[in-house]
Design a protein around this ligand. Structure first.
Ligand SMILES: Cc1ncc(C[n+]2csc(CCOP(=O)(O)OP(=O)(O)O)c2C)c(N)n1
Ligand SMILES: [Mg+2]
Length: 398
């Protein structure tokens, strides 16, 4: 696999397999500087960012671009509303938002076919929406209602939809990687041409399961895209403080895997890089490590005030807001005007309001069904009953 430049020249090319093994951090440093703003005190990831883009040069149709904008707006408004609903105690448990990561999400998800599989971490609301899952059922899941996409048993971190081949949100850091690798093995075993997209955070690349999964995927030639959303923090820890190698895409070197790093604020760059990875997975049956450099606008979870982040850093990244940048580019290209932008905003606002109303009016799961869906098949000798009912003790008492 040789190194290919993107047509638009925005996404910084990582390195292909083979080239990866010899790529030095120094070489990568040069390539990351090429697109970046002045790097006074900037992190490695920050030097990667290339915020401007000309949509007239895009090979995508204006209709497709409008649809991408609409999807980003849906994620933006849905997540803002989710934060609000959490503070109103409509949503309980852990809850992590995708605000700031919209371009990364829509860029990657738009490169997949309906037959492909998706595994994510717990920061996954946006992925489910971009997959076309019903916002009402997603919001109902966050509310813990029976009408939720996981019938209220999963909550924010465990959205799951077999029909959409959305194989879950996982709360254990790195937990999704071995499962996604297993799905890749199943595809390979059956001779299918589906692809698995396995999303994860930057912090996840320091977990053992990351390296085990990459090694097996490359060794056994599995069609898995390991997709790192580098939002630059694992909870409160920066990439630089948590990873000996902050150019995360270079971790593919150890496994002889092709890899690439893109600007996660640039929807089309993410889309094109994912398309390349999909092509390699589908036709050559090989995995890719793809890193999108992004930023989360708020804390790690909705209850985190994120005081560990310097204010000027937050402001720098907020100025690169991917949704606003895309809207600006759409206006400049003549694909959207102010009136249409307002209209879309209102339409999306209504969709989000409807999702809240639906969730609010839906019923809670029935207490006597608390253990329904715990196991795929019945467990012998264990009654499905509530705690205190001495499940499974009947035989002994008899
Ligand atoms: C095995 C494990 N260790 C620790 C945690 C606690 N924890 C939850 S999220 C998180 C940070 C993960 O950061 P990253 O992979 O960058 O994902 P992000 O939250 O930025 O999407 C940690 C340490 C956990 N859930 N699982
Ligand atoms: Mg992170």
């Amino acid at each position: 696999m040789t190194s290919r430049k993107t047509e638009r020249g925005k996404a910084t090319r990582g390195d292909g397999r083979g080239a990866t093994a010899t790529a030095s951090p120094k070489g990568a440093e040069r390539s990351t500087r090429r697109n970046g703003p002045a790097d006074n005190g900037a992190t490695t990831a920050e030097r990667q960012v290339a915020p401007e883009y000309d949509l007239r040069k895009s090979s995508e149709s204006p209709e497709t671009l409008v649809e991408f904008y609409r999807q980003m707006m849906l994620i933006r408004r849905f997540e803002e509303k989710t934060g609000e609903m959490y503070t109103r105690a409509k949503i309980g448990g852990y809850c992590h938002l995708n605000l700031g990561e919209e371009a990364t999400i829509v860029g990657a998800m738009s490169a997949l076919e309906p037959r492909d599989y998706i595994f994510t971490n717990y920061r996954e609301h946006g992925y489910s929406l971009a997959r076309g899952m019903d916002p009402k059922r997603v919001m109902a899941e966050l509310f813990g209602k029976e009408t939720g996409i996981s019938r209220g048993r999963g909550g924010s971190m465990h959205l799951f939809d077999v029909e959409a081949r959305f194989m879950g949100g996982y709360a254990i850091v790195g937990g999704q990687l071995p499962l996604a690798t297993g799905a890749g093995l199943a595809i390979s075993y059956r001779g299918g041409d589906e692809v698995v997209l396995c999303q994860m955070g930057d912090g996840t690349t320091n977990i053992g399961a990351f390296h085990e999964s990459l090694n097996i995927a490359q060794l056994w030639k599995l069609p898995v895209i390991f997709f790192i959303v580098n939002n630059q923090y694992g909870m409160g820890t920066t990439v630089e403080k948590g990873s000996a190698l902050p150019e995360l895409y270079q971790k593919a070197c150890a496994h002889n895997m092709r890899s690439e790093r893109v600007d996660g604020n640039d929807l089309l760059a993410v889309r094109e890089a994912t398309q390349r990875a999909v092509e390699v997975a589908r036709t050559e049956k090989l995995p890719t490590l793809l890193e999108a450099v992004s930023y989360r606008f708020r804390g790690h979870s909705v209850v985190d005030p994120a005081r560990y982040r310097p204010e000027d850093e937050v402001q720098r990244w907020r100025a690169l807001d991917p949704v606003l940048a895309f809207a600006r580019s759409m206006r400049e290209a003549g694909f959207l005007d102010e009136a249409r932008i307002t209209e879309i905003d209102e339409e999306i606002g209504q969709v989000v309001e409807d999702s809240v109303r639906f969730a609010d009016e839906s019923a809670d799961p029935k207490p006597d069904q608390l253990f329904t869906f715990d196991y795929a098949t019945d467990v012998p000798n264990v009654d499905r009953s509530l705690p205190g009912d001495h499940a499974g003790t009947k035989d002994k008492e008899a």
